[in-house]
Write a protein that binds this ligand. Structure first.
Ligand SMILES: NC(=O)C1=CN([C@@H]2O[C@H](COP(=O)(O)OP(=O)(O)OC[C@H]3O[C@@H](n4cnc5c(N)ncnc54)[C@H](OP(=O)(O)O)[C@@H]3O)[C@@H](O)[C@H]2O)C=CC1
Ligand SMILES: Nc1nc(=O)c2c([nH]1)NC[C@@H]1CN(c3ccc(C(=O)N[C@@H](CCC(=O)O)C(=O)O)cc3)C=[N+]21
Length: 291
């Protein structure tokens, strides 16, 4: 069997078209959504992402505000910038690109963002809201994965899902979203025993590990859905966390790297910016863009 290759790039493009239409409708009401992206330091990969985010933000008709701080900037300078963005009515969403330089306290920085403007969904209040089933800002990468899975499988209720990875930015919120959709969720990590066997029982495998080709083809249940979040730069170029060649012979559907989850992350960032703008203006949540 050969798996359906899920075209995240095309799905994301469709999502951006919807966002563009709904942004235009908002602008017609006198409201222009605005996203501020803050980059601290000169990490080349982060610079590429941030430029891509800025370009796509403008292409949907939203305002994009870029702020760059040197890698040596004191944390107080970043906190002062966040405070300024918190109080700027033209800014509906704030994203501080991670990772931050080692001298900064990531949690303190994230929690300084007004939760309503926290389009990454990393603020402790949004984490708590998601975990308790309240209206939250939801992290972009897991949201993108959820959209792809719902599109593929429809109702996720009762499906068994294994999420490999327990980070605050991918694994844990992914598990929360799948749980909210009534999947039966197992979270695996570096201390998990019998990971291959665990995966073999899963209808859905989400890999967010950060190790090239980590998930083997024979870990996959025939016909299962495989979502590869991993972005690993190797001598063979950009590869995911799943051995794509092997897994795509067994899975029912699989996301490629590149062209799978990555483009969905950025599209969901724009979706969340629109959601934040709607909520800030007492408008209903945008159609089809919130989980
Ligand atoms: N496509 C996209 O939009 C995005 C892609 N990414 C990519 O996704 C990947 C994961 O990112 P992130 O969550 O931030 O990474 P982290 O490094 O924060 O987390 C990795 C997780 O994998 C687990 N892990 C490590 N080794 C093993 C192992 N041998 N067996 C089982 N679990 C293991 C770790 O377990 P433990 O907790 O025990 O250490 C940890 O929970 C990276 O490649 C990253 O680049 C990230 C964000 C967005
Ligand atoms: N505050 C914050 N929020 C984030 O959402 C965030 C972050 N920090 N730090 C870094 C990670 C990583 N991330 C990606 C976004 C897009 C692609 C993406 O578009 N990938 C393309 C390929 C891009 C390439 O060629 O490098 C693809 O998979 O097709 C990948 C990874 C967001 N992150």
């Amino acid at each position: 069997m050969t798996a359906k290759v899920i075209d995240g790039k095309a799905f994301a493009a469709g999502l951006r078209e919807q966002i563009k239409l709904q942004t235009a409708a908002m602008i017609a009401q006198g409201i222009t959504p605005g996203l501020a992206v803050v980059l601290v330091g000169e990490d080349p990969a982060s610079q590429v992402y941030v430029r891509s985010k800025e370009k796509q933000t403008r292409e949907t008709g939203m305002n994009s505000f870029a702020h760059r701080l040197s890698a040596e900037a004191p944390q107080a300078e970043l906190l002062a910038l966040i405070e300024q963005l918190n109080n700027d009515p033209a800014v509906n969403g704030i994203l501080v690109q991670l990772p931050l330089p080692a001298h900064m306290d990531e949690a303190a920085v994230i929690n300084a963002i007004r939760p309503e403007k926290d389009v990454d969904g990393f603020h402790i209040l949004n984490v708590g809201r998601l975990a308790t089933g309240q209206k939250a800002m939801v992290p972009c990468t897991p949201l993108g994965c959820l959209m792809l899975l719902r599109d593929l499988l429809g109702d996720l209720s009762g499906k068994s899902a294994v999420v490999i990875g327990r980070s605050n930015i991918v694994g844990k919120p992914m598990a929360q979203l799948l749980l909210r959709d009534s999947a039966t969720v197992t979270i695996a990590h570096s201390r998990t025993r019998n990971l291959p066997e665990l995966c073999r029982q899963a209808d859905i495998v989400v890999a967010a590990v950060g190790r090239p080709n980590f998930v083997q083809g024979d870990w996959i249940k025939p016909g299962a859905a495989v979502v590869d979040v991993g972005i690993n730069r190797t001598d063979d170029g950009l590869v995911g966390d799943v051995d794509f060649a092997a897994a795509s012979q067994i899975a029912g559907a699989i996301t490629p790297v590149p062209g799978g989850v990555g483009p969905m992350t950025i599209a969901c960032l724009l979706a969340s910016t629109l959601t934040a703008t709607a909520r800030a203006n007492g408008l209903p949540d945008p159609e089809g863009l919130t989980p």
